[in-house]
Design a protein around this ligand. Sequence first.
Ligand code: C5P
Length: 409
Amino acid sequence: MTSASLPLAGKHVVLGVSGGIAAYKSVELLRRLMDLGADVTPVLTRSALEFVGAPTFRALSGRDPLVDLFRADEPIPHTKLGQGADLVLVAPATANLLAKFAAGIADDALTTTLVATAAPVVLAAAMHTEMWLHPSVVANVKTIRARGFRVIDPERGRLAGGDVGYGRLAEPDVVIGAVLEELGGAGSTLRGRYVLVTAGGTREPIDPVRYIGNRSSGKQGIAVAQEAARMGATGALVTTVAAPAIPGFELVQVESALEMRDAVMSRLDRLDALVMCAAVADFRPAEVADQKIKRDGGAPEIKLVANPDILAEATAVLRRSKPEAVVVGFAAETIDALRHGEEKLARKRVDMMVVNDVTEEGAGFGTDTNSVWLIARDGSRSRIELAAKREVAAALLDKAFALDREPHA
Ligand code: C5P
């Protein structure tokens, strides 16, 4: 990508950092924003400096981070910054920072910039669970949201004190996804949608070094996640193969079907669409040897057991909990592709099956092109002749999201 085609090229982002233990994570956010082409000015509170050093921000952003109002060379940097910003991101936003912003208090460079800007403001909250749940913080967040600013909830996980609860700063992909959405850096057709995509063939362990696998390269799944991101979606790519960073997408690396199932099932409550591109092994070894199986013992007999059907399980949950969610399955067939696709569409209760005959030239495993049938539950069938996997991805996302959202029978 040339720098001009980067999603945040030409955008000026103020990165505010307030004083919480999560402040160190803002360094990663700074790097990500710059990788996406943004011009970033860091603005730190005094207490943020207790957690992170100004030189790190200076070295990465090429700008002096602003901390104090009165020591800066510019007499009124905050108004200039506020006026010139395309977006102000505060990560982490502490309880104190949220309280000040809710009340309109402007007593340092960051809070003054916040009050002086008309740009979109995104605040990624991070604090201890008790603080996040305190009625005053709840009320402040409500006030801030009611004014049209975006507050990203903290996530559940291990906290600084060693205990577990809500309070951790949201993952960088989520925060960056929100920035992209606000700035419309990506397209907008899937803006606000969370798309979960799986990619690659699962690897079912036999022993610590061997596995049973398949020929899926993961290219089609990666292309779906990339296209969804380009259309403005955020989400997760659950993959068994290495994948490039995708703006707004969490990369979840898995190996086996069981790991993939956990990664998918634990994200069902937030998704708007599930695209199961992965080639999930139907069977796995019943037992995994602790040590590498030696040749001297003779050829082992490997007993197989059935893997869970992730797509069927996920769909069953979604039909109850989220009937409007769009579910897309893939079928790689070597014979009678259409008939098998129709049958799977019905059996797995999905909205659409993407069917390819992997014996066709230029289609299926490992290639950069594909030719598929899209079979939808509204009875429509469309054929995509040999095209780049990115184009196939765009077409299937368009069709899947255009489907009539009647509750599933
Ligand atoms: O029945 P078949 O395996 O051909 O169905 C393929 C579809 O089901 C794909 O979308 C694949 O990701 C999904 N699948 C699954 N779990 C399995 C097997 C397949 O989710 N164990």
